[in-house]
Design a protein around this ligand. Structure first.
Ligand SMILES: *Cc1c(COP(=O)(O)O)cnc(C)c1O
Length: 229
C-alpha cells in the first residue's frame, strides 16, 4: 500500500467511528482529496487509493496539473471562483462547490446553456461572517438558492459547503457544522429537494463534521502530509 492508501484507510476508520457514535451509515460519507500544492503523481495516488473525488482550490493550478494526471475521478473546485476563470473552470471541474453570488451563477448559466450542459454546484456559506472569506452570508442563502432554481436551469444545486473560522479545537467548529446541516434541511423543505450534500470538515475536524452530518469531507494534510509550498 502507498502511504496515501494507508492514510485513507485510517481516515475511513475514523469516519466509521464517528458514524458509529451517531448512528450514521459510513457509506454516506465521501472523501474529497484536496491536492493543492501537490504534484500530479500525488493526485494519481489519491485516485488509485480510492478517494471519491479530487479537490483543488485554484483554477490555474488545476489547469497545469490535470492534463498530467492519469486515472479518472471527478474534480471539485473548492476555492473561490473569479469571473475571468469561469470558462476555464468549466473545462476542468465536474462540480463547482463555491457558488456564492447570483452574478456568478448567471455567468456559469450563460456558459452552460449553449452547450446544453448541466453542472452540479454547491453553495458556499460563510457562517463565521469572516470578511476575508468567500461564501454567501446565511441570510442571503435562501435568495441565492431561489435565484439558482428560477434563473439557472443548467445549475443543479446539490449541496452546501462551509469552512468555519479557524480554531485548533475541533469542538469549536461543531456549531458551524450543525448550522450548515440545519440550513440544508430548511432548503430541502422549502424547495422540496432530495437530500443536499454537506461538504464540511477538513484534516483537523472531519470526525466532528461527520458526527454533524457531513457527506463530503475535504482532506489534504491528513492524506498527503504538509503542503508543499
Ligand atoms: C486546503 C483545503 C482543504 C483541506 O485542508 P487540510 O487542512 O489540508 O485538510 C479543504 N477545503 C478547502 C476549501 C481547502 O482550501
Amino acid at each position: 500500500m502507498t502511504a496515501v492508501a494507508e492514510n485513507l484507510a485510517l481516515v475511513r476508520e475514523r469516519i466509521a467511528r464517528a458514524c458509529g457514535k451517531v448512528g450514521r451509515d459510513p457509506r454516506e460519507v465521501k472523501v474529497l482529496a484536496v491536492t493543492k500544492t501537490h504534484p500530479p503523481e500525488v493526485v494519481e495516488k489519491a485516485i488509485a487509493a480510492g478517494c471519491d473525488a479530487i479537490g483543488e482550490n485554484r483554477v490555474q493550478e488545476a489547469a497545469a496539473k490535470k492534463p498530467l494526471v492519469r486515472g479518472f475521478a471527478p474534480w471539485h473546485l473548492v476555492g473561490p471562483l473569479q469571473r475571468n476563470k469561469a470558462r476555464k473552470a468549466l473545462e476542468l471541474f465536474d462540480v463547482i462547490a463555491t457558488v456564492d453570488r447570483a452574478p456568478l451563477a448567471d455567468l456559469l448559466e450563460g456558459l452552460l446553456a449553449p452547450r446544453n450542459r448541466s453542472l452540479p454546484v454547491m453553495v458556499e456559506v460563510n457562517l463565521g461572517r469572516e470578511p476575508q472569506k468567500s461564501g454567501v452570508l446565511e441570510e442571503g442563502l435562501h435568495a441565492l438558492a431561489t435565484h439558482i432554481f428560477e434563473r439557472c436551469p443548467h445549475l443543479q444545486l446539490v449541496g452546501l459547503l462551509t469552512v468555519p473560522p479557524y480554531d485548533p479545537d475541533p469542538e469549536r467548529s461543531r456549531p458551524f457544522f450543525a448550522r450548515l446541516r440545519e440550513l440544508a434541511r430548511t432548503l430541502e423543505r422549502c424547495f422540496s429537494l432530495p437530500k443536499l450534500e454537506l461538504s464540511m470538515g477538513m484534516s483537523e475536524d472531519f470526525p466532528v463534521a461527520v458526527e454533524e452530518g457531513a457527506t463530503w469531507v475535504r482532506l489534504g494534510r491528513v492524506l498527503f502530509g504538509p503542503r508543499r509550498t
